[in-house]
Design a protein around this ligand. Sequence first.
Ligand code: SF4
Ligand code: SF4
Length: 109
Amino acid sequence: MESDPHSLHPCLSCGACCASFRVDFSVVERSDHGGKVPDGLTVDVTDSFCRMRGTDHSPPRCAALTGTVGQRAACAIYEWRPSPCREFAAGSDACERARMRRGMASYPR
Ligand code: SF4
Ligand code: SF4
């Protein structure tokens, strides 16, 4: 299916990945270590790794996620989000799994 260039990006009506997976990354990405990710939105895992707060809750939901999954969603720290979020590919197998778990259709292509 060809996507309509005028429609909103599919992620803006999804957010499933931000409410599905643990998001762990190096503390050097965190604001208190000179990085960009606001430290108040993270929890320590080890001395060198931390996690986005809420991503290990049951059910998981990142503390930076705003809106309602499957309807309208956004990352409140988009410009400062950690590397796993930057590397997560829309339309990937993990994306499809997250959408499926939320009863959503496949990523539109
Ligand atoms: S699960 Fe996929 S479509 Fe949904 S927000 Fe994440 S990357 Fe975007
Ligand atoms: S930091 Fe932003 S992109 Fe990353 S999981 Fe949280 S809400 Fe999603």
